[in-house]
Write a protein that binds this ligand. Structure first.
Ligand SMILES: Nc1ncnc2c1ncn2[C@@H]1O[C@H](COP(=O)(O)OP(=O)(O)O)[C@@H](O)[C@H]1O
Ligand SMILES: Nc1ccn([C@@H]2O[C@H](COP(=O)(O)OP(=O)(O)O)[C@@H](O)[C@H]2O)c(=O)n1
Length: 232
């Protein structure tokens, strides 16, 4: 992936909040709320892998083919229109994403962009929230605050099913659950940057917590690590 376009340089070191966890644990919802509350920029890194996976499928390739996946990753750039497509939200895209995500060249190609977003958040924001699988372990190991958001696979599959239905994307409950289990296994067992909490991450099981409760606990954790409070 090529470098982002002219981000305004930030004079002080940007605050970085790393939010990792398995599929549909609530990372994206929490990350956007944290970014809004602290005035930070937000990067959903899963979208990058989804875009690479969908690009390979559209070119008629196999997402597990290293060369095809690497090519698609090098061709992706931050202004690419595919990054805005609703097609990235489908289960098919998620499965393709987790296949290309196991290819070391793909991860390497996407790394610089993610790191630059963290160190130089767009619009001169004083901080960045990145969510994904390896933010606290690989992309930003020096992040000031790290959260690992999880929930039981049944709860996560139910959340994802409702989300797909809300978006008008057809989905079958048992398929969503099976696809999520397959993706969990692939993401946790891959050799490169597997899904796991960083040693210094705050692990939060959200199975029985609503989004407001998760947000309050995350704000408290970020406050304890950075001394920052959300904007009024
Ligand atoms: N704590 C929560 N309780 C219930 N539903 C939630 C919670 N957090 C997020 N959701 C919902 O679950 C779905 C998946 O959340 P999302 O933030 O997209 O997860 P992720 O980014 O981890 O895949 C969304 O529809 C979201 O509104
Ligand atoms: N930092 C990241 C983000 C996503 N991914 C991969 O991309 C896939 C899709 O990520 P996502 O965050 O969009 O998935 P959901 O949590 O939204 O279901 C994951 O299953 C991972 O295989 C990754 O490997 N590393």
């Amino acid at each position: 992936m090529t470098q982002p376009l002219s981000n305004q340089e930030t004079p002080a070191r940007a605050v970085v909040v790393a939010i990792d966890g398995p599929a549909a644990s609530g990372k994206g919802t929490l990350s956007q709320r944290i970014a809004d509350a602290f005035g930070f920029a937000h990067l959903d890194t899963g979208v990058l892998y989804r875009a690479v996976g969908v690009s390979v499928l559209r070119a008629g390739g196999d997402p597990a083919d290293n060369a095809a996946a690497a090519r698609a990753a090098y061709e992706l750039h931050p202004e690419h229109p595919i990054l805005q497509e609703v097609a990235l939200r489908t289960d098919e895209a998620a499965q393709a994403a987790s296949k290309v995500a196991a290819v070391p060249e793909v991860r390497a190609a996407l790394l610089d962009f993610q790191r630059r977003f963290a160190t130089h958040p767009p619009g001169g924001a004083p901080g960045a929230v990145l969510d994904g699988r390896d933010i606290g372990t690989v992309v930003c190991p020096d992040a000031q605050a790290k959260l690992f958001i999880t929930a039981s696979v049944e709860v996560r599959a139910e959340r994802r099913l409702k989300e797909l239905q809300r978006r008008g994307i057809p989905a079958i409950s048992s398929d969503v659950l099976e696809d999520m289990k397959a993706r969990d296994a692939r993401d946790s067992q891959r050799a490169v940057a597997p899904l796991r909490p960083a040693a210094d991450a705050f692990v939060l099981d959200t199975s029985a917590l609503d989004a407001d409760q998760v947000f309050s606990m995350a704000v408290a954790h970020i406050g304890s690590k950075t001394g920052l409070k959300p904007k009024a």
